[in-house]
Design a protein around this ligand. Sequence first.
Ligand code: GLU
Length: 290
Amino acid sequence: MRLKRFAALAAVSVLAFGAAACGGEDPGTTPTTSKFEAGTTMEKLSTAGKITIGTKFDQPGFGLKGLDGKPAGFDVEIGKIIAAELGISADKINWIATPSAVREEVLEKGDADVVIATYTINDKRKQRIDFAGPYYVAGQHLMVRSDDSSITGPDSFKDGAKKVCSVQGSTPATNIEKFLKDKATQLVLFDVYTKCVDALKNKQVDAVTTDNVILLGYVSQSNGAYKLTGSKFTDEPYGIGVKKGDAKFRAFINDLLEKIYADGRYAKAWTDTAGKFDANVPTGPAVNRY
Ligand code: GLU
């Protein structure tokens, strides 16, 4: 009886082996499995082994594309940490440039899986996308030519004469409006900040306004040509943009932020990048699990 059962089992195993062999499965490759819940973005990305991340390519300290074609900066490091947590190595990240005005659209269309791009969390943007974070709180500031002492803060634009540059689709471009007497002549907008920096250099404008950390990057690269003036006049909590409604992916990133605040990866990401311009390692702000 026992022998019979053994023989039957053996026959079944042979059949099963044969079926697998006929099924064309390469015994050398193990099918990719994910430790993440089926159907989640985490599962999709970890199984694919690649991710597309939107960031800035022209903001020293946060996101700057180097001569080697690879972006570097604090936002870039945060992106690499997210990828690593999904089992994706840095060389499998597809970086795309996401200037301020295109960020929501890129997420809506699915052209990027996440956007980490000095991206202020606000209610207007939350109508179209969702944010994990904040992971940093910046503030709007003004950058002027070093030999200019006439601008001391946003009130200096109330004379109606001085011109300020910012970027389309950015929060600073909107925030500065209430300090201007004549928006049409005083506010100059481009798609990226480097064009504003050129306009400042060429004296087409008298100041550039955006977040302090972005401006600090330009100041530090200017060989003394530019300086910050006044003090910051807004709070800009930076979030990580994900597709609207992807609550599980957002929670995963929020959990990860809390983890890296505690284990030193957040501080290292800062000191390796933006910390070169601002040595104060920030305290990771409490994430908002709205
Ligand atoms: N943090 C601001 C924003 O999200 C300004 C920086 C930027 O344009 O990326 O609009």
